[in-house]
Design a protein. Structure first.
Lengths: 471, 333
């Protein structure tokens, strides 16, 4: 089989960016939560808030560290595998990505150290201020990245001269048409992710009767947040979809699995799209509902996939099913949030074991939903790299060969496998030791107290056997 | 706007960023390269501890320079990275592994020897790859229509292998002199002992590279043996710095060996810049060919002028907070 550098490069980018995205999507939500905990402690002086913020700051430290490590690769990917694209889009994307780096460093330089290591060393108000600045910083970082990404979907404010984009209006380019929707959708997704993780871990602690006072508070807060945000996300998603329908109709058609332009379009619940035959097998759906959702009228007309010639169509089966995974999990989230409300009314929300176990099981769900959502939007843009202006093929590095791309793809899978394994393994140890009184924690083999490093804010040992090098 | 050449300002910023990176990440990569040769596990603790609070700040300059290149000189970014495809991957993998080693070595006992290995190999590979980049830059790249057209291993020549090894030796020297500054007792004795050997190695390799370079690249030949005689001041100053390293080690000075080693690097770097100026993507493209649009350079410049002073202030503050000796069995509090 011929190794196609285009396919391998896309796989590599998808792998690296998916792997990386897991961390910021969590830290953005968590940073705001930590700032809120600091604020509550500042206002009420209740030590339960302090214990919670101490624990979640440890988790934040580890996840933030993994995000930074995995993110370094991203900034080189554009050049190594997509050099034509990098050169062509550098006038816009260069400053955007650089500003993200600048923001991240400013954040780390000025405030992260105070947040992670300032507890008890700086006045409480300063500590609160640092935590708020870190939370704001994560949003500013997301702002640059999502603006750059949205521009690939709905390019604006540029003109293409001799295969180079020149910026004609920074305002139009940065605030391009899909950006506000994508930013809101992603911000709420981050809060949902943070909310479900905190709720799940709190439920896990409550099942073990560990610091019930603090963890009840945490769980209660999260459930209120989720009750409000999970349905809100569905509404934002709907607006985002309408925006996509306006600018990238083919993507929406692929999400819905509709090949021909038609009215009274059903909402397909199940189908196996067949790209070659340009039709669906085993399709099953609810009549008129897709028309109703997308045009807000049951007999509204929706453009089909076949409006685009076959070579300009996205891989429908991927977009179709990834979309269903995302929406399915979204609905599950709403159901869990409402179940929480009902149990709260009955006064059993902190005890009902099945509910607490379900919440623990839900920890992974928002991550799956976020990745599925990104697969929908990125695969749905295919074959366009910059929508309507440059294809993936045109953006690829000309000198790249299949074996080179395969080598680095395997390499990144191995490197990230080690990072992920050690990171998650360590994180589970941090959580297992979390919210315990001092004397019950596993002994710290950390014989050096070294501030200034993100992960050193989490004092949990990595393993606990004797040291063979020394003994 | 006509009064400022933004491209020149950016050349200065990127040049400064790369210099800062080489000097600062240089000594902590160097400690990783020296790791397997350390006399004992106490020495390894001290070595890693002496850079633990600052290493990631040092790597800030790599990412800042990389992002700045995409924004200000995109042609450099879009030619160097494809041409050095495999090397870039190895460098990133190396930096990632040593990054995790920094985080987890001290938290680990049973697996500590694995983190030692990750730290050493990660540092060594990253240093070699960076040195090879310098070699590849001196050699030049086959470029057509603003895109690299060579093969995957064109960069890997005897010359770039030598520059790779040269940079490894240079970083190790920086690491050893840093350790003289930061350690005491038997660890410092060891650092004093290896510094002259590393210095001899560095001088040897640098001499071969210097003689070889004009043959690899005719433009460099013209620059050095043409009528620009002032250029010889850089190798002269580099040699003077090397002599100062040697003399200060003999006298057992603590700070001067490190500063003088920085001198060797600084003057070699300046010598390299004047050899190639203003060609940035050899053999054909100058800084101005490689530049992005002026409005993009300006847009980004505003942010950089704001953040660079902050990073410098933060860096100096961190170095100030963590000044002084690192002792066995004791970290920073």
């Amino acid at each position: 089989m011929e190794l196609d550098p285009l396919v391998l490069s896309r796989l590599q980018f998808a792998f690296v960016v998916s792997f990386h995205a897991i961390f910021p999507v969590f830290t953005i939500g968590l940073a705001s939560y930590i700032a809120l905990l600091h604020g509550l402690f500042f206002k009420t002086n209740n030590p339960a808030w302090d214990r919670l913020s101490l624990f979640w700051t440890k988790v934040f430290a580890v996840v933030f560290g993994m995000g930074v490590v995995s993110g370094i690769v991203m900034s080189f990917q554009f050049g190594t595998n997509w050099s034509n694209f990098s050169l062509a889009s550098s006038n816009f994307l260069g400053p955007m990505l650089s500003y993200e780096v600048v923001t991240a460093f400013f954040l780390e330089a000025a405030f992260l150290g105070v947040l992670l290591f300032g507890r008890g060393k700086v006045p409480q108000g300063v500590h609160l201020f640092a935590s708020i600045m870190v939370a704001i910083g994560t949003f500013i970082s997301a702002f640059w990245i999502l603006s750059a990404n949205s521009w690939l979907h709905t390019p604006a404010g540029v003109e293409l001269i001799d295969f180079r984009f020149h910026v004609t209006s920074w305002r139009e380019a940065i605030f391009n048409p899909s950006f506000p929707y994508r930013f809101l959708h992603m911000a709420v997704a981050s809060f949902l992710t943070g909310g479900f993780v905190v709720a799940g871990v709190s439920a896990w602690f409550l099942l073990r009767d560990r610091d019930p006072e603090a963890n009840r508070r945490a769980l209660s807060m999260c459930l209120w947040l989720l009750l409000f945000l999970a349905p809100t996300q569905a509404v934002i998603g709907d607006f985002h979809g309408l925006n996509t329908l306006e600018h990238q109709p083919t993507k929406v058609a692929a999400m819905e699995g509709h090949w021909e332009t038609a009215t009274n379009v059903p909402l397909l619940l199940f189908a196996i799209p067949d790209q070659e035959a340009q039709t669906n097998n085993f399709a099953f759906g609810i009549p008129n509902l897709a028309s109703l959702i997308l045009t807000h009228s049951p007999d509204g007309e929706i453009p089909g996939i076949s409006e685009a010639p076959p070579e300009e169509q996205p891989p429908v089966i991927i977009v179709f099913w990834a979309f269903r995974v995302m929406v399915g999990i979204g609905l599950l989230m709403i159901a869990v949030a409402f179940a929480g409300l009902i149990l709260r009314r009955k006064g059993r929300v902190y005890e009902q074991p099945l509910f607490l176990k379900t919440l623990t099981g839900m920890i992974a769900m928002p991550f799956v939903a976020v990745l599925a959502g990104w697969i929908v939007t990125e695969s749905g843009r295919s074959p366009w790299l910059v929508y309507g202006m440059m294809t993936h093929e045109e953006g690829l590095t000309p000198s790249l060969t299949g074996p080179m791309a395969l080598f680095t793809l395997i390499g990144y899978v191995l490197v990230y496998g080690v990072v992920f394994y050690t990171g998650v393994y360590y994180l589970t140890r941090v959580v297992r030791n979390g919210m315990l009184p001092e004397e019950e924690r596993e002994t710290a083999s950390d014989n050096f107290k070294r501030p200034m490093r993100p992960m050193s804010a989490a004092h949990t040992p990595f393993d606990d056997d004797v040291d063979p090098v020394r003994s | 706007m006509e009064m400022f050449d933004l491209t020149l300002i950016w050349a200065f910023i990127i040049g400064f960023g790369i210099m800062m990176y080489v000097l600062m990440d240089g000594f902590d990569l160097g400690l990783g390269i020296l790791y397997p040769f350390a006399p004992d596990e106490d020495a390894r603790d001290v070595m890693m501890n002496s850079v633990a609070p600052i290493w990631d700040g040092n790597e800030t300059w790599l990412v800042l320079s990389g992002a700045g290149l995409l924004g200000a000189f995109p042609l450099v970014y879009s030619v160097f990275l494809p041409a050095l495809y495999i090397g870039v991957f190895l460098m990133l993998a190396g930096l990632i592994f040593r990054g995790i080693a920094f985080e987890l070595r001290f938290k680990s006992r049973r697996n500590r020897h694995w983190w030692n290995r990750a730290f050493c190999w990660g540092s060594a590979i990253a240093a070699f790859a960076q040195g090879a980049v310098v070699g590849a830059y001196i050699q030049g790249f086959p470029v057509e229509n603003f895109a690299y057209v060579g093969g995957a291993f064109d960069w890997l020549t005897p010359f770039s292998v030598l520059t790779g090894l040269g940079l490894m030796a240079g970083y190790a020297l920086l690491g050893a002199t840093w350790l003289i500054l930061k350690s005491e007792g038997h660890i410092q004795d060891w650092a004093y002992k290896i510094t002259p050997m590393l210095l001899a190695l560095v001088l040897g390799v640098f001499a071969i590279i210097s003689i070889w370079t004009p043959f690899v690249n005719p433009m460099v030949w013209e620059r050095w043996f043409g009528n620009l005689q002032l250029i010889w001041i850089f190798p002269a100053l580099a040699l003077l710095s090397a002599f100062m390293v040697y003399r200060s080690v003999k006298r057992r000075d603590e700070g001067i060996p490190f500063i003088a080693t920085i001198g060797i690097y600084l003057f070699t770097y300046l010598g390299l810049i004047v050899s190639k100026w203003p060609v940035i993507v050899p053999p054909n493209y100058t800084l101005w060919d490689a530049a992005s649009a002026p409005e993009s350079q300006l847009f980004l410049l505003i942010g950089m002028l704001f953040v660079i002073p902050i990073i410098l202030a933060y860096t100096s503050w961190t170095y100030w907070v963590f000044r002084g000796k690192v002792r066995v069995g004791e970290g920073y509090h």
